[in-house]
Design a protein around this ligand. Structure first.
Ligand SMILES: *[C@@H]1O[C@H](CO)[C@@H](O)[C@H](O)[C@H]1NC(C)=O
Ligand SMILES: *[C@@H]1O[C@H](CO)[C@@H](O)[C@H](O)[C@H]1NC(C)=O
Ligand SMILES: *[C@@H]1O[C@H](CO)[C@@H](O)[C@H](O)[C@H]1NC(C)=O
Length: 552
């Protein structure tokens, strides 16, 4: 199942050309002044400026208890890939027993692989990370954190399970306090050990106390009792980290916080986390009408977790992700809806996952992770168009200190990750999709429902001719073709009316030109996909570049 030859091939490739691993999409992010704090719903640095967590999950809690991928690439190469993909942070998972059981903590990587029969992984590890092979597991965990520090990557330590192994099911014994492997005292011991170990390690900015609480024993009384205890325990050992609390029902439900607050002796450090996948709701994205499903599920997510933002707490969406091959309709539809909300609410997040393949998952060797940013060999980005879309969300739209620009709107298009902009092509002005950080993508949305290009007299108009025509800019902005409303159950169609009264929706054509078309999927049809017509009007204070300055 492993492909040992490809390791050698890639190794040769590395020597020849170390720089062509990945395209550099993002300029290096300027390092935040750590530690981090909270200011209402925002996570901020020491200077009070917003730091948006744009993290990727890096799995280190499976049976081998070694950060995945180190049999495929040198540690530093992986860290640099994380940076070049634009992530500023890693949610690094760990198992309680790795720190509380001395014989596990002191086991070497070699021994761990050998005891599981992972001989291909062992050979790959020897090739790529020989200096780590005979170190104890706990030491390798520390080396990973410190290599991420050397690359300016922040780390959130996520206690994923007690007993190492794939997570999560209702009856795996790791789901809730008191379950077979989930002894609360041992858990507290583990948290203390981790927090103490990384006290003073500046790039460790947060600790997720426990992943996806769940199962037959879950209840809110014990949730408050133990989560508050866990939070105090971590804070006592390491006052610098953000303390991150997961909800019930696989971290889909924090609604109980409406009734009762978390009581802690400290403040400015508390963050909540929520998980949201397509499969959280089974197959409904594929079997239902996407507008209805998106509208209904977003409502539900807001009720269960999103309300915390309105209450002034940071909400960290610490797991979401899709099959990046683009072949899963359920996932594809979910993602367009998710990206819309993620841009609008501008929350902090961690993608599942970095992993291209696992040493061993649920007993199977060398399993590919199609939700992973990296490919099977950990050598390239799995899907560069996915990364392109994601990259728009890697920097903040809003929040303290993002810029001193006055708030404006962008018209975000989730299925491309781009925004509606004015573009001048050979002296002709067209409406197209482009970067969300250009002055030509800054709009205001007026009380008359017109969309005006900032600092101009131009408004967005539907061409009142035949359908499929490009949208245009006009100066007489009082007729129906200049009035735009968010319609449909998803509230993601930007719609206006033609003079004859027929409704049209903003859409894109195959060249990414912005056009108007009949609105898609407004009825109950579940076979159609409205993704190309989904937009969000989003608040932004991003500093804008002006790409036309030079030429004009
Ligand atoms: C520690 O881990 C070892 C190896 O898996 C196991 O045999 C032992 O029972 C564990 N000890 C405790 C106290 O759980
Ligand atoms: C954590 O580290 C700080 C210095 O960085 C030290 O003052 C403090 O005593 C340490 N706390 C614990 C519990 O070890
Ligand atoms: C990347 O994702 C897109 C959109 O989902 C899909 O069409 C494309 O085939 C994917 N590319 C690869 C290499 O998987």
């Amino acid at each position: 199942m492993n492909k040992p030859t490809s390791l050698l091939v890639f190794f040769a490739f590395l020597i020849v050309s170390p720089n062509v691993l990945l395209p550099i999409l993002q300029p290096p992010v300027t390092a935040a002044a750590l530690p981090l704090y909270t200011n209402s719903r925002w996570i901020v640095d020491e200077t009070g400026r917003r730091v948006k967590l744009a993290c990727v999950n890096w799995v280190s809690h499976l049976k081998p208890m070694v950060a995945e991928g180190l049999s495929k690439q040198p540690l530093d190469v992986i860290s640099k890939q994380i940076v070049s993909m634009g992530f500023n942070c890693v949610r690094l998972t760990w198992a309680v027993f790795m720190v509380t059981n001395h014989s596990l903590a002191s086991m070497t990587v070699r021994h761990s692989f050998q005891s599981l029969g992972l001989l291909d992984s062992l050979a790959g590890f020897q090739l790529n990370n020989p200096s780590l092979l005979d170190l104890p597991l706990i030491k390798v965990f520390q080396v990973v954190v410190s290599n991420l520090a050397n690359n300016n990557v922040m780390v959130i330590l996520d206690n994923h399970v007690s007993k190492a192994g794939w997570c999560c099911s209702k009856c795996d014994g790791n789901g809730f306090f008191g379950d077979r492997y989930f002894n609360p005292d041992l858990w507290l011991q583990g948290l203390t050990a981790m927090a103490t170990m990384f006290n003073g390690t500046t790039n460790v900015v947060g600790m997720s106390l426990r992943n996806e609480l769940r199962g037959f024993n879950q209840n809110t009384r014990d949730w408050y009792r133990y989560m508050q205890k866990g939070a105090e325990t971590v804070h006592a050992a390491n006052p610098d980290v953000l303390v991150i609390l997961s909800g019930l029902s696989f971290d889909n439900d924090l609604s109980f916080l409406r009734k009762q607050r978390v009581k802690l002796t400290f403040n400015g450090k508390l963050v909540f986390e929520v998980h949201w996948y397509a499969f959280t709701n089974g197959n409904v994205w594929e079997s239902g009408n996407p507008n209805q499903v998106c509208g209904g599920i977003v409502n539900n997510v807001m009720k269960k977790a999103g309300f915390l933002l309105e209450q002034g707490w940071p909400l960290f969406v610490s797991e979401f992700g899709v099959d990046q091959r683009g072949t899963n309709v359920n996932d594809n539809r979910f993602l367009n809806c998710f990206f819309g909300v993620a841009a609008e609410l501008d929350w902090d997040w961690a993608l599942w996952s970095l992993v291209g393949s696992y040493y061993m998952k649920s007993g199977v060797f060398g399993v590919e992770e199609v939700y992973g940013m990296l490919d099977y060999d950990w050598s390239h980005t799995r899907n560069s168009s996915f990364l392109q879309r994601l990259s728009t969300l890697q920097t903040p739209f809003q929040g303290p200190g993002v810029s001193d620009v006055r708030p404006y709107k962008v018209l975000f298009h989730p299925s491309t990750g781009l925004c509606v902009q004015r573009e001048v092509l050979k002296e002709e002005t067209v409406i197209s999709l482009g970067s969300c950080s250009e002055s030509e993508a800054a709009w205001s949305y007026t009380t008359q429902k017109t969309l005006e290009l900032k600092e101009t007299y131009f408004c967005l108009q539907a061409d009142d001719g035949s359908l499929g025509k490009p949208a245009k800019l006009g100066v007489f902005c009082s007729d129906d073709t200049s009035k735009w409303e968010m319609i449909s159950d998803s509230k993601m169609h930007l719609s206006s009316k033609l003079i004859n009264g027929s409704r049209v929706c903003l859409d894109i054509d195959s060249n990414n030109a912005v056009v108007t078309n009949p609105c898609k999927c407004l009825s109950r049809d579940h076979t159609c996909d409205p993704g190309s017509q989904w937009f969000k009007i989003i608040d932004s204070t991003r500093a804008t570049g002006n790409k036309h300055k030079k030429s004009s």
